[in-house]
Design a protein around this ligand. Structure first.
Ligand code: GRF
Length: 225
């Protein structure tokens, strides 16, 4: 059973998906700490409702990003967090943070910080993935779970789910279609990590073959909705 630290700045529907998956044992993990940089973030409320420890370190006006992240890492260590899940966390993490949660012998090259992004990376990194997808006129959009590196949404890709872009889609309707897939994909990716089935070779994330009887072999690369 691994311990998750979830970092969120917003409403926390992805946090909720992780909490629910832990609660129903779809993932062998527990959420040990939910941390936000924004007081009043809906994610904190969701965590409290689930009886999970919360912390808030307001980031407004912070100039020393390394010191701020040092404080975040201290809290994660105190909560004995094994894996950090960014879930709508509106800050870039610093190199010190990534070193603190870098690969270990047990993780087979995989860093210990993951993120969910509402676009099919490497297209449309940064803010407003669905808006960028609509503006570009793409016919397929989706979401990506990836390991976090120092760039903005540039880390090795663990899993992706695709959705169609439909005539008449608005940013809100496309974002909602993508979000539904996020809630499915993020717990799945976290479970692969909890099972120790992922390894990293260069930029390629590999998923060990499923061994459980009857388990369907899934590609970590693409899951078409
Ligand atoms: C999601 O779209 C996620 O992909 C992005 O931020 C949004 C967070 O939504 N990183 P929520 O707070 O989990 O509802």
């Amino acid at each position: 059973m691994i311990r998750l630290g979830v970092l969120a700045s917003g409403g926390g529907t992805n946090l909720q998906a992780l909490l629910d998956a832990c609660g129903t044992h779809r993932i062998d993990a527990e959420v040990a700490l939910v941390l936000s940089n924004l007081p009043g973030a809906g994610a904190l409320e969701r965590a409290s409702r689930a009886g999970v420890a919360t912390a808030c370190l307001p980031s407004k006006g912070v100039v020393d990003r390394a010191a701020y992240d040092g404080a975040v890492v201290d809290l994660l260590h105190q909560a004995r967090v094994d894996l950090v899940c960014l879930a709508g966390y509106m800050r870039l993490v610093t190199p010190g943070f990534l070193r603190a949660y870098g690969p270990t012998a047990a993780t087979r090259g995989c860093p210990r910080v993951v993120n969910i992004h509402p676009a099919l990376l490497p297209a449309f990194p940064g803010l407003h993935g669905p808006r960028q997808a609509l503006a570009a006129g793409v016919k397929v959009a989706g979401c990506t779970v990836h390991f976090v590196d120092e760039g903005t949404d540039t880390g090795p890709i663990i899993a992706q789910a695709a959705v169609p872009v439909l005539d008449g889609d608005t940013e809100a309707s496309l974002a909602a279609r993508i979000l539904e897939q996020e809630h499915r994909l993020y717990p799945q990716a976290v479970q692969w990590i909890a099972e120790g089935r992922l390894s990293l070779e260069g930029r390629t994330v590999r998923l060990d073959r499923a061994t459980a009887p009857g388990e369907r072999l899934r590609s970590p690369a693409v899951e078409l909705a």
